[in-house]
Design a protein around this ligand. Structure first.
Ligand code: NAD
Length: 287
């Protein structure tokens, strides 16, 4: 292996400690409200982890659990209450929502100033136009990893694979804002290996296990693997792999994130950072 491993776990731990230290200096602890609808086991784990991390950073975690058959009206009423609650600085509605709920309508109902997931169209628009957006957590985490890895951004060729609103598009916007030349590739892109091979920075956010092969990576490139895929093993268990064939890519890349332990831990750390940012802006607390 020649690539340097970008240790998301330790970078996220430092970020969380830094947020905790800044929170300790605030006049009051910021509050993060997390709303979970239904019993999806993966979502329940995420919500529990977010609650623990929030408390560890010295913030207040306010958790609301609604049954899987909760109506859209009930969810919108809860969001309206949280919008109006002065003690709540951040609101996160855990996705996915049950099918009978219109997730876009729920996101649109969140006060953009409290939208710590950065999914509201106002924040997406601010990000696209260079304003003071609340930036989606996973993309923010990708940029923090690139910066920690010392990757040169200005003028770099960056290829993002995947165009979701949650990861691909905001990562592309952030790379553009950092003066990269950005290509946003997706399921209909022609000759993806050739597109990837010209990249100094590859961000894979596809959801296809080990799709990006070693031969797609330009020697010395930085590879950020956002994918989290559970695959079955021969002994009937599961393991997590990314969208990048790690062993192959690590032979060629200059630096690479592992899965797990790369982008994953950064998402919660960036959520805490967003909550701190939202609290400061809303309450007029200086940095
Ligand atoms: P998504 O399904 O919304 O989007 C996937 C994108 O990949 C689409 O834009 C599609 O065009 C593209 N795509 C699909 N097949 C392709 C192909 N064969 N070639 C090129 N592009 C293709 O997924 P998402 O929400 O953006 O998540 C992507 C991955 O990132 C998933 O594995 C998800 O679990 C993971 N994820 C991780 C974190 C984290 O905290 N680390 C957060 C969010 C998502």
């Amino acid at each position: 292996m020649s690539a340097r491993i970008i240790d998301g776990k330790s970078i996220a731990a430092s970020m969380r400690a830094r947020v905790g230290a800044e929170v300790a200096r605030l006049p009051a602890p910021p509050g993060l409200a997390v709303v979970l609808v239904g019993e999806d086991p993966a979502s329940a784990v995420y919500v529990r982890n977010k609650g623990t991390a929030t408390r560890e950073a010295g913030m207040r975690s306010i958790e609301h659990r609604l049954p899987a058959d909760a109506s859209q009206a009930a969810l919108l009423a809860l969001v309206a209450r949280l919008n109006a609650d002065d003690e709540v600085d951040g609101i996160l509605v855990q996705l996915p929502l049950p099918r009978h709920v219109d997730a876009q309508a729920v996101i649109a109902a969140i006060d953009p100033a409290k939208d710590v997931d950065g999914f509201h169209v106002v924040n997406a628009g601010l990000l696209a136009t260079g304003g003071d957006a609340l930036v989606p957590c996973t993309p923010r985490g990708c940029m923090a990893l690139l910066r920690e890895a010392g990757t040169r951004l200005a003028g770099a060729e960056a290829v993002v694979i995947g165009r979701s609103n949650i990861v691909g598009k905001p990562v592309a916007q952030l790379l553009l804002a950092a003066d990269c030349t950005v290509t946003l590739a997706h399921s209909r892109s022609r000759d993806l290996p050739a597109i990837c091979r010209r990249a100094d920075i590859v961000v894979a956010a596809v959801g296809r296990p080990e799709m990006v092969r070693g031969g797609w990576i330009r020697p010395g490139a930085t590879v950020i693997d956002v994918g989290i895929n559970r695959i079955g093993t021969a002994d009937g268990r599961h393991r997590l792999v990314g969208d990048v064939a790690f062993d192959e890519a690590a032979e060629v890349a200059g630096a690479i994130t592992p899965v797990p332990g790369g982008v994953g831990p950064m998402t919660i750390a960036c959520l805490l950072e967003n909550t701190l940012v939202a609290a400061r802006r809303r309450r007029g607390w200086k940095e």
